[in-house]
Design a protein around this ligand. Structure first.
Ligand code: NAP
Length: 301
């Protein structure tokens, strides 16, 4: 029996662990994959207050060590359900069952797929969802990035240093991501931005050898020969296991306000899987602090 069980060891979950431990609560963090969450794929964080530059992996490691040093327990187990038994919440993982007085759901989100034929089959054979993980395989080759958010922009910039040529394909004529990054991309000679276009087919037999791109305005199609396609079209909240417990909105985000409380007393949500306007590292950490503080208040009431 723990005071607080936190599901997810990303920036939100680990920050929650720090706050709950500093309030002297016993804390178990359960994580399905690896600690750090999606930030581990960011090569350089430049927008976290005070820290001008830090890699996502270093940020994740520092945060993890800070939570451990404060006495949080972290286990790599996938949570498959949370049950509300009133004062006690039962948390089931693929390996065990745990109980806690309060639960914080900080599961973040997973990569959205393009939904193309053979996308799964070609994943790891030219199709990738992580430029920093796989970019090195495409040194001096031609690659494309799909998407118009900060991830796509930063991926394209990162790949421009490695690849021979980078096509950045966006379905609209204006980017969702930061203008400063767009400006940097425009200055790169080996980056070609293709607006108002979508990738409509993956070409190649055993490995990706090219893509078909369709212009959304003219309907015209063109084939581009390349070795790598980096898909960066957003993320899907990982709330499936909690759909019977809490309210989810149409897009699958856990419904909760800025106090991170769900409709179930003692169940809180923090980070990218919560309904909110701004999903950033700093707001994920802020959510972790708020959710843990609310959980402590709930336990002490
Ligand atoms: P995002 O901001 O949701 O952007 C997703 C992009 O993919 C959008 O441009 C969207 O187009 C496009 N898209 C969605 N579905 C598509 C489809 N089926 N086919 C083609 N394009 C599609 O996602 P993100 O870039 O992963 O960023 C997620 C959050 O993390 C954002 O809040 C972002 O600011 C943040 N982030 C921050 C940093 C940083 O601060 N350094 C770095 C990375 C990410 P539309 O624009 O037309 O909708």
């Amino acid at each position: 029996m723990y005071d607080v069980i936190i599901v997810g060891a990303g920036p939100a979950g680990l920050t929650a662990a720090i706050y709950a431990r500093r309030a002297s609560k016993t804390v178990l963090v359960l994580e399905a994959k690896a600690w750090g969450g999606q930030i581990i794929n960011t090569p350089d964080i430049e927008n976290y207050p005070v820290v001008a530059h830090i890699s996502g992996a270093d940020f994740a490691n520092e945060l993890y060590n800070q939570a451990l040093a404060l006495g949080a327990e972290v286990k790599l187990e996938k949570v498959i359900g949370v049950e509300d038994l009133g004062k006690i919440k039962k948390v089931r993982s693929t390996l065990a069952e745990y109980e806690a007085g309060a639960v914080i759901l900080a599961t973040g989100s997973e990569n959205r797929k393009l939904g193309l034929d053979r996308e799964q089959e070609l994943t790891g054979r030219g199709v990738s969802y992580c430029a920093t993980c796989d970019g090195n395989f495409f040194r001096n080759k031609d690659v494309a990035v799909v998407g118009g958010g900060n991830t796509a922009l930063e991926d394209a910039l990162y790949l421009a240093d490695l690849a021979n040529k980078v096509y950045l394909i966006h379905r609209r004529d204006a980017f969702r991501g930061e203008e400063t990054t767009v400006d940097r991309l425009r200055q790169r000679e080996n980056v070609e931005i293709i607006y108002n276009a979508t990738v409509t087919a993956l070409l190649g037999e055993k490995r990706l050898s090219g893509i078909e791109v369709t212009d959304k305005i003219t309907g015209g199609k063109r084939s581009i020969e390349l070795k790598g396609l980096f898909v960066a079209v957003g993320r899907i909240p990982e709330n499936e296991s909690f759909s019977a417990l809490i309210d989810l909105d149409q897009a699958g985000y856990a419904v909760a306000g800025e106090n991170c409380r769900t409709k179930v007393p003692g169940v809180f949500v923090a980070g990218d899987n919560r309904t909110k306007e701004v999903r950033q590292l700093v707001t994920a950490a802020a959510d972790g602090a708020v959710a843990a503080t609310e959980a402590v208040k709930f336990l002490n009431a």
